[in-house]
Ligand binder design. Structure first.
Ligand code: ZN
Length: 73
């Protein structure tokens, strides 16, 4: 599947964690609102902007399509 839109999206990066949060958001405000809800006391985060070559989403997509091929859930 090819997508031509190059809209960025946003991920939450929690302090002290190496991986980005898997969830992606269309806007920075949305990501921030979500992060504020999920945030634990004393935890900090930054919002990162990513484009379609985002490694986090590519990984998620790979896992998803691999498991849907097996379809044994
Ligand atoms: Zn992403």
């Amino acid at each position: 599947m090819e997508r031509t839109d190059e809209k960025p999206h946003y991920h939450i990066r929690w302090s002290g964690r190496t991986a980005l949060d898997w969830e992606s958001f269309a806007t920075r405000a949305e990501a921030e609102a979500n992060a504020n809800q999920l945030r634990r006391r004393g935890e900090t985060y930054t919002i990162e902007e990513h484009n379609q070559s985002c490694p986090r989403c590519r990984d998620a997509m790979k896992v998803k399509s691999a498991s849907s091929n097996e379809a044994s859930v």
